[in-house]
Design a protein around this ligand. Structure first.
Ligand SMILES: Cc1ncc(COP(=O)(O)O)c(C=O)c1O
Length: 400
């Protein structure tokens, strides 16, 4: 069979934090726009106006869902771009000062910060506790001058911990410090009420919540959009903040995925469960079963965590750490797609910088395994996971 036509449907896909499959409705929406609203939304003729209408309708849908105004939604190619646009765009509009980021950020935030260091900024890492949560007793010191910009990941992709965004956002606001959060893993939870969030800039990617890849957003307050220096200039799109013809079909697909975040479960009339609650129930059930396996150690905060996320350190029953990459390969052989730490760090040092920041002992730094669930799963898929994980650990340990 042509590999391009093979369906991965036989796989139990537990890697939502890396990416999610676009929903059927999202695919249909993208196809419709490609066929019927394909024109350049800046053109003044009828096809252009149709595309512009679709673009702005998508912006309205997203804005309404997150209780934002339409002019606070800027479309980008994804969270990596949004993060760069936020941090570099704001920093370059100010005198270099101190940028504080947590010790458990995504590499996109690290990379933007490294660039700013070369431009004269001082970069400071906010230490985390054993759960991967920033230590609040550092707040006064870290938010004192010359700190003028802070960036904090909201939901940590590798260990699932939710950060105290509101506390830190309010503290930044009191001190006139600009505050950005990387909400890439959190948007799927439908947690967001932008109108009440003490955050100046927020980044996300559509493909983490069943939208398409290659599109994301930056939420930005109007007073910040006037100060932000764009990364790229040209045709003046997106209020002059992000030049380039807008990918209307991808943006419409993202809007459709946002709309679907709040829908009750299809075919479950009378059920009060929404999609996320059903996924959380599956996660909780799997978690209880995994807790029974000897040798495993669970990471991240036990309660304040992403609701689709389980993270652990894999070990033999007598407690010897096992390399998670080998376990991931063994799981893949058994039809389960999982991840060792963060997918984005594959190819780099195999030690997790997140586990390191959490002061996990050196012999465990390559043992981080992550299961992240989604609405495409069935309860019966979960039943087989503990046994398959046991098999995978045994196989990985015996080949090590
Ligand atoms: C927390 C976080 N931030 C940023 C990104 C980057 O997203 P993208 O690759 O869609 O630009 C990811 C993707 O893994 C992520 O998990």
């Amino acid at each position: 069979m042509d590999s391009l036509n093979q369906k991965p449907s036989a796989v139990v896909y537990l890697d939502a934090c890396a990416t999610t499959p676009p929903s059927v409705e999202v695919i249909k929406c993208i196809e419709d726009v490609q066929r019927f609203a394909w024109a350049n939304p800046s053109s003044l003729h009828a096809p252009g106006l149709l595309a512009a209408e679709r673009l702005e309708r998508s912006r309205q849908t997203i804005a309404k869902s997150f209780k934002a105004n339409a002019n606070e939604v800027v479309f980008t190619s994804g969270a990596t771009e949004s993060v760069h646009m936020a941090l570099m765009g704001v920093a370059r509009s100010m005198q270099p000062g101190r940028l504080v980021i947590s010790a458990v950020e995504h590499p996109a935030v690290e990379a933007a910060s490294n660039q700013l260091r070369r431009e004269g900024w001082q970069i400071c890492h906010w230490p985390v506790d054993g759960f991967g949560r920033v230590k609040l007793d550092h707040l006064e010191t870290l938010l004192s001058p010359p700190t003028s910009l802070v960036s904090l990941i909201w939901g940590q992709s590798e260990v699932g911990t939710i950060q105290p965004i509101k506390t830190i956002g309010l503290a930044c606001r009191e001190r006139g410090i600009q505050f950005h959060t990387d909400a890439t893993q959190v948007l799927r939870e439908g947690l967001l009420n932008w109108s009440q969030l003490p955050v100046d800039l927020l980044s996300a990617s559509a493909h983490k919540f069943q939208g398409p890849k290659g599109v994301g957003l930056l939420l930005i307050r109007p007073e910040h959009s006037t100060m932000l220096l764009p990364l790229q200039s040209g045709g003046g799109q997106e209020q002059g903040l992000r030049a380039g013809t807008e990918p209307v079909a991808l943006i419409a697909g993202m809007a459709k995925a946002v709309e679907q975040l709040h829908q009750p479960i299809a075919g479950c009339s009378g059920s009060n469960l929404n999609i996320q609650e059903r996924v959380q129930n599956m996660r909780d059930g799997l978690n209880i079963e995994l807790q029974k396996i000897a040798g495993l150690r669970f990471t991240g905060h036990p309660n304040d965590r992403l609701t689709h996320h389980i993270s652990l350190l894999v070990a033999t029953a007598d407690g010897q750490p096992v390399p998670a990459r080998a376990v991931v390969r063994e799981l893949a052989r058994r039809g389960v797609a999982a991840s060792s730490g963060s997918a984005c760090s594959s190819g780099r040092s195999q030690n997790s910088h997140v586990l390191e920041a959490m002061q996990v002992d050196a012999e465990w730094l390559q043992s981080g395994l992550r299961f992240s669930l989604g609405p495409w799963l069935l309860e019966k898929n979960m039943e087989v996971i503990p046994d398959l994980l046991n098999q995978a650990i045994d196989a990985a340990a015996s080949s090590a």
